[in-house]
Write a protein that binds this ligand. Sequence first.
Ligand SMILES: N[C@@H](Cc1c[nH]cn1)C(=O)NCC(=O)O
Length: 439
Amino acid sequence: MTKAEHLDSVRSWVVWAASLGAYLIAVTQRTSFGVAGLEATDRFDATASILATFSVVQLVVYAGLQIPVGILVDRWGPRAMITGGAALMMVGQFLLAMADSVASGLVGRFFVGAGDAMTFVSVIRLLPIWFSGYRIPMLTQVTGMIGQLGQLLSLIPFVALLHLWSWTPAFLSLAALSMVGFALALVLVSNGPRTDEEPPARVKARTLLAEAWREPGTRLGFWTHFTTQFTTNVFLLTWGYPFLVSGQGISPAVASGLLSIFVVVAMVAGPLLGAAVARYPHRRSAIAFNIIGMIALTWLVVILWPGRAPIWMLVILIVCVASGGPASMIGFDFVRTFNPAHVIGTATGIVNVGGFLAALVTVYVVGWLLDIQQRAAGAGAELYSLDAFRWALSFQFVMMLGGIIGMVVTRNKARRAMALRGEYTPRSQRRQGNTPGNR
Ligand SMILES: N[C@@H](Cc1c[nH]cn1)C(=O)NCC(=O)O
């Protein structure tokens, strides 16, 4: 098969569907512990902070492994990484199924986080190997979008099994599900035909990392992912629920309903953004800036609202914050179009650190700001009061500002580099009426 013949072929769709299945299963493994919080509290006799440690360990492992994983994707190819990731998640869920102490549970969660970290970057790396042109940004979005459905597998059948069969059999079924991901990747995923651009296996990790990082387009992708995605993670993973229930006085049932808007928005906004990026590749950062602007504006309105915000305003806020997840996929599109094929895995890993790193910092600082306000207010003061949330959540603006500065600086650098190479930039089009390229 020549290079062009395998692109967009039936085989391409089979490889994509199998890798997407493996990613959806990884998202199920990722989100399974979160929905088993009450059972975990009983099983491990754990406090709230011990329970939070399980999530933090998983997030730190996930974010910390993105760059090594990206480098290994470029060295070994996506197939080995997806199968290896599924195997690690299988081991992790098996350990968790058997765990009866916090320490053994944490080891299980460590393996799940590590296997999960190996999956997404590898699946995204397969797209430019197997597809061409406008399909790639569209499939990037659809991959992210369908993967989020893994949350529903945790929320519905896994929770049902947990209540029906109890802890050990429910987590063993998750281990079995990972075997399905493993088999899918082993049998159906392929790294594609070898190309001249593949690096010799002995290229040093440091060299790959330096090459990917030197490219301003990679850093633009990092800052784009950083700025668009972190508010989504902060809301979904930690502070959204207590803000809605304790800060805004919403009932727990309505708050859970509001959180499910995140899945709906991912389903709707993903394809829309994919189509917009495919059609206007030279307007990608403008699209991301608009979404960041909407997130910042709606947070500002809710934070400055006198008293509790009305429910319709909270819905608008959640729709805008939720669109940050799909918008963050624009970061991976920058990677694809600015980097040579042999560093795309490494550069994708770098970009995927952005949103998770920003979320970790923000989750921690918001918690710290809530604590110090309670201490300053004296004994008996409420930890989760609306006023305390107003100040604490305002820290998000600091992170957004930092991210926007990063995006502007790297976008200008990327455009300067393109102009030096004589390539199309939006500015050069305004001056000369050039034809758009794909950057
Ligand atoms: N931005 C997310 C994926 C996404 C797509 N639509 C909504 N969320 C992301 O970066 N994901 C990485 C992963 O490992 O899932």
